[in-house]
Write a protein that binds this ligand. Structure first.
Ligand code: PFF
Length: 470
């Protein structure tokens, strides 16, 4: 006899867990630096549009599939579309989850190492140039990278073993409010800095001349990753949702929370950047090099730096939980494994898969030599020189997630029967019962979303450059 399926303990528990999945390194590490590289305001506006017109509709579709089937990703597609190719979309998600978690854990591990550095006084009051150099020495240190990667995977596994209510939901209800509190504190601090006005203008000042085709596509791609769409995380979390809960309202709350954290992170990072005259277009090093160098020069730098990296680690943890949950849930629902068995076996496997990423900076085999090996392949589309880590990130974010998202959009908008879909959206939701809203959502998901995803994929694959269009 099948055991009773796990459910969220409360409506807010689901929203916090799903927002926890969405809010992660993508918001605090990636969003600010991509905004910086794309000139600020124009990118932010396009990003907000992408969240509303593409991200939100897919999220509703993804949660809908999960709640309708009441089971995790592969099984969900099979239940709703027996004897079809659709379960492949679920499979894609399980594979993407393993790949993303393998390197996500390495970056989250860096964040843990920076908590250690902050606490041991290596950052506050130190020489800013020396602080910048800390990243290079850490990146090249193989043992250190593997150690923190292991610590982070263990933390993720322990929570997921706890189960839906006692593990995932409980962690989110503690970590997410803590994250908001810390973020608000940092924001209040940032508002007192002389660079705050300049930062506001940078983030919200819309300058039309900065909008290029590439900005639009970058904004779309980011909206996708940041909302955890396309690999069944929202689907799996939706499968623990009861029919009385408001699907539409929840999806809106999750998107608003995620967007708020991304904007808040920018409002913390850019005032510091401008106050200290750091280049806002500095790229991926913004969080791990420029921020610590800035903290070194600010009063109370050690405390600020500790809070910031604890915040970043919490954000990463609630996202990694969802990545592992997707993979584990497949083996629990489909293969009948116990939760503990699934988490231990898959956690170990994903840890091993992440070791080459942890070694990318310190060994030629996974770093420089790996880049040489892949350059003939990726060089074709102008993406040469990627090490193991970059390759995993590239393949997952630019290929697997968009493909999964396309599958989810097409499935929920075209394959599910009209009556069932309408009933599912309206169940427990005042907003969902509005005819105009339902039709707008459906039209977006049917036409605009697939078109947007296909365009983003062609762009990420370098096809536009290859054809000389960009
Ligand atoms: N949304 C997370 C972030 O912004 O960091 C990343 C992520 C988590 C993507 C879970 C996909 C996913 F299923």
């Amino acid at each position: 006899m099948a055991a009773k399926r796990a459910q969220w303990g409360s409506k807010i528990g689901f929203i916090l867990a799903a927002a926890g999945s969405a809010v992660g390194l993508g918001n605090i590490w990636k969003f600010p630096y991509v905004t910086g590289q794309n000139g600020g305001g124009a990118f932010v506006l396009l990003y907000l549009l992408a969240i509303a017109l593409v991200g939100l509709p897919i999220m509703m579709g993804e949660i809908l599939i999960g709640r309708m089937a009441q089971t995790s990703t592969v099984t969900a597609f099979r239940t709703l579309a027996p004897r079809s190719g659709w379960p492949l979309v679920g499979w894609l998600g399980v594979i993407a989850g393993m790949i993303i978690l393998s390197y996500y854990s390495v970056v989250a591990g860096w964040s843990l190492h920076y908590i250690y550095l902050s606490l041991t006084g290596a950052i506050g009051g130190a020489d800013p140039e020396a602080v910048k150099g800390l990243f290079g020495s850490m990146y090249g240190d193989v043992t250190l990278n593997v150690f923190w990667h292991a610590m982070f995977m263990i933390a993720t596994a322990v929570i997921v073993i706890g189960g839906v209510q006692q593990g995932v939901e409980r962690a989110a209800t503690i970590l997410m409010p803590a994250l908001f509190l810390m973020m608000t504190g940092m924001l209040i601090y940032a508002m007192t800095l002389p660079g705050f006005g300049e930062a506001l203008d940078f983030i919200f000042g819309f300058r039309l001349d900065q909008v290029t085709g590439a900005t639009v596509l970058e904004a779309l791609g980011q909206s996708f990753f940041t909302l955890s769409l396309g690999m069944g995380a929202m689907l799996t979390y939706g499968s623990y949702l009861s029919k009385q809960d408001d699907l539409v309202g929840s999806a809106i709350s999750i998107s608003v929370l995620d967007t708020s954290v991304a904007l808040m992170a920018s409002l913390v990072l850019f005032p510091i950047t401008f106050t200290l005259g750091i280049d806002p277009a500095g790229g991926p090093g913004l969080v791990f090099q420029n921020m610590p160098a800035a903290f070194a020069q600010l009063p109370g730098g050690a405390a600020l730096s500790t809070v910031f990296f604890v915040l970043l680690s919490f954000a990463a943890l609630t996202s990694s939980i969802s990545l592992l949950e997707v993979v584990a849930a497949y083996f629990i629902d489909e293969r009948g494994w116990t939760r503990r068995q699934a988490v231990v076996v898959l956690g170990t496997l994903i840890f091993a898969l992440g070791v080459p990423s942890a070694l990318s900076g310190g060994t030629a085999l996974f770093g420089a030599r790996f880049s040489e090996l892949t350059t003939p392949l990726f060089g074709l589309v102008g993406k040469g020189g990627m090490n193991w880590f970059d390759t995993f990130d590239y393949v997952a974010s630019n290929l697997l997630l968009p493909l999964g998202g396309l599958g989810i959009a097409l499935f929920s908008a075209w394959r599910i029967g009209e009556q069932a879909r309408r009933a599912e959206i309206a169940a427990g939701s005042t907003l969902g019962a509005l005819e105009g809203l339902y039709l707008t959502w459906l039209q977006l998901l049917r036409y605009l979303v697939p078109l947007a995803i296909i365009t983003v994929m062609l762009y990420a694959l370098g096809i536009f450059e290859l054809l000389g269009l960009i």
